[in-house]
Design a protein around this ligand. Structure first.
Ligand SMILES: [Mg+2]
Length: 185
């Protein structure tokens, strides 16, 4: 059987958009003034595509289930985001609590894999939280952690984890792993 295509899964908050701090809590945009695309996000996604990777957003947005953000505004955010950052797919989980699609569960990645015929073992997930790494590992995807001031310290000890300190380091890392593992599409 022919293997599918590899993807770069991208977490949203802290990777493509600035996180919104509410006191000590790492939160996400609930209004347009809070919607800020990170510099470097567009270039990073373009470079991933140049390497032959599909770019697929995978984001938990429980504020919708909590009544703190309307599903319509969330869709508008993502439409705007996709105009600025080249994304092949957008997977969103608006549920709160336990759900197969909600990270750390791998449902969004597995659904995307079925839809896009992905090669998960040749795919990557770039995120900034422990839940991103756990979802990647559960799906058989290689996790990459962007180090931030709010990373959970225990995230760093998870197996098979690659780390970067800034988005601009990603293309070189992807290239070297893809060369080494022969997953170069
Ligand atoms: Mg995040």
């Amino acid at each position: 059987m022919r293997k599918g295509r590899p993807a770069l899964f991208l977490d949203r908050d802290g990777i493509l958009l600035e996180v919104v701090m509410r006191g000590e809590t790492v939160s996400s945009a609930r209004s347009w003034p809070e919607f800020r695309i990170l510099p470097g996000a567009r270039r990073m996604a373009e470079q991933a595509r140049e390497l032959g990777l599909l770019t697929i957003l995978a984001t938990n947005q429980p504020d919708v289930a909590r009544g703190l953000l309307s599903a319509t505004l969330l869709e508008d955010f993502h439409q705007r985001l996709a105009q600025e950052v080249p994304l092949d797919g957008i997977e969103v989980c608006c549920e709160d609590g336990q759900h197969r699609r909600r990270k750390p569960n791998p449902g969004m990645l597995l659904d995307a894999a079925a839809r896009w015929q992905l090669d998960l073992s040749g795919s990557f997930f770039l995120g900034d939280r422990r839940n991103d790494v756990l979802a990647a590992l559960a799906a058989g995807v290689r996790p990459i952690l962007l180090r931030t001031h709010y990373n959970e310290p225990e995230s760093e000890d998870l197996p098979n984890l690659l780390k970067i300190a800034q988005l601009s380091e990603l293309p070189e890392l992807l290239r070297s792993v893809m060369d080494r593992t022969g997953h170069n599409p």
